[in-house]
Design a protein around this ligand. Structure first.
Ligand code: GLU
Length: 435
């Protein structure tokens, strides 16, 4: 069996961390099993779906590194839906309904006030059909077939169809609701695993009967616990936190993937530099049922950790040419984002204005300026320089190191001077000390 998964966003907006997490899990699962990962654009809502969002979704998946083995569009498949709908209608598994939303609402309230579950009540077969009203359509659940499946995350699930309303699958204007087209697609595209949020669990119960009604075996299901913010629910900001905002904040796609692969699982979040270890380790049985907490501050920290062991060749295309491999190596422990590397070009190659120094500091700097020309820059110049200044001035510790760091880099903090100094041209260093 070839594993086939799909990520099925509606192109009514851009991707946010919640649906990227779903995309990631589907992608990882397909890759782990040498299977196929499909992008299915759920654009049955022609009015709200926009081509610009389809483009943005593709671009975000590419940025994340989730390569797609095929793309499908629901709007190109209306003929298939029509055909399967006709089959279900012919055998009475979908049926016409004429209630108005107001009528349904009143029935609901009556049932609730009697302490009864607000389940849709089917009309008798001989109920009068109102004239001139276009029907909407419901799928007839089989009340004699209890629904059960072994969810890869949630374990054994059971639903009694008698306690569920027959779901509406098509509106009076002929447009489709999500439920039935999704099942028809999953059958036609030979989807083996449906991975999605637990907000779809009761949909799954009805969809399992739709698979069976269409003569297909249902796929395996994994319903993941929802993603929440640090405040306990998905905040508005996080709920809409898009890839563009994360890119602008300097978050590496692999950092986001590393976080979303493990949040809410019993495996720790690890600062990986590629998706490969995430592919190997995905395992739905290690996903918890409690909501997964997403913390932007944690993501920023993880991003930083990942940069600390990211090789130059992985980021070279995004670095100024002056940031050579050796320079990248020296500065990466000090970076929060790759973009910050550009700020270090002036430290290496100038120009920068050295901060003002007091008298004691000036003596240290002058001694360094005097000692520097004789120092072999290829052999640990920092220790040679500080040794010579210490001997000349008697200064040590912070009083020795800080004025030199300031004069040589213009900053109070930064990478180890022993690593940095050999990467600054000797004559430039002498000029800085003599300024
Ligand atoms: N378009 C649906 C959604 O975004 C797809 C759900 C599914 O994966 O079946 O909720």
């Amino acid at each position: 069996m070839t594993v086939v998964t799909r990520f099925a966003p509606s192109p009514t907006g851009t991707l946010h961390v919640g649906n990227v997490r779903t995309a990631l899990h589907n992608w990882l699962w397909a890759r782990k099993h040498g299977g196929r990962f499909l992008l299915r654009i759920d654009d049955t809502d022609l009015e709200r779906s926009k081509e610009e969002y389809v483009d943005a979704i593709r671009a975000d998946l590419a940025w994340l590194g989730f390569d797609v083995d095929g793309e499908e569009r629901q709007s190109a498949r209306f003929a298939q839906y029509e055909r399967e709908f006709a089959k279900l209608k012919a055998v009475g598994r979908v049926y016409a309904c004429y209630e108005t939303p107001e009528e349904l609402d009143i029935r609901r309230k009556i049932l609730l006030s009697r302490g009864l579950p607000p389940v849709y009540e089917r009309k008798p077969a001989d109920a009068p059909v109102p004239e001139g009203v276009a029907p909407h359509w419901r799928f007839r659940l089989d009340h004699d077939a209890p629904i059960a499946w072994a969810d890869m995350v949630r374990g054994n699930q059971h639903f009694d169809p008698k306690t569920m309303s027959d779901p509406v699958v098509r509106r009076a204007d002929g447009s489709w609701l999500y439920l039935l087209p999704s099942v028809i697609d999953d059958i036609d595209m030979a989807i083996t695993h449906v991975v999605r949020g637990e907000d779809h669990v009761s949909n799954t119960a009805t969809q399992i009967q739709m698979f069976e009604a269409l003569g297909a075996a249902p796929p395996a299901f994994a319903h993941e616990a929802l993603l929440v913010g640090t405040e306990g629910k998905l905040s508005k900001r996080l709920g809409s936190l898009g890839m563009e905002a994360l890119r602008d904040a300097g978050i590496e796609p692999v950092a986001l993937a590393a976080m979303l692969a493990r949040l809410g699982t019993s495996d720790p979040v690890e600062p990986v530099t590629s998706l490969k270890p995430l592919i190997e380790s995905i395992d739905f049985s290690r996903f918890g049922r409690a909501p997964a907490r997403f913390d932007e501050a944690e993501l920023a920290l993880l991003n930083q950790k990942i940069l600390h062991h990211t090789d130059h060749d992985m980021v070279a295309g995004r670095l100024p040419a002056a940031i050579t491999a050796a320079r990248w190596h020296a500065i990466r422990p000090n970076l929060m984002t790759v973009a910050e590397a550009a700020e270090w070009v002036a430290v290496f190659d100038g120009p920068f204005a050295p901060p003002p120094a007091d008298e004691a500091d000036r003596a240290v700097i002058a001694a360094a300026a005097a000692a520097a020309p004789a120092i072999d820059w290829d052999a640990d110049p920092w220790h040679a320089l500080t040794g010579a200044v210490k001997a000349a001035t008697g200064m040590k510790g912070r009083a020795l190191f800080l004025p030199l760091r300031r004069a040589l880099t213009g900053r109070d903090h930064g990478p180890e001077m022993a690593e940095l100094l050999p990467l600054i041209d000797k004559s430039a260093a002498i000029a800085r000390l003599s300024a």
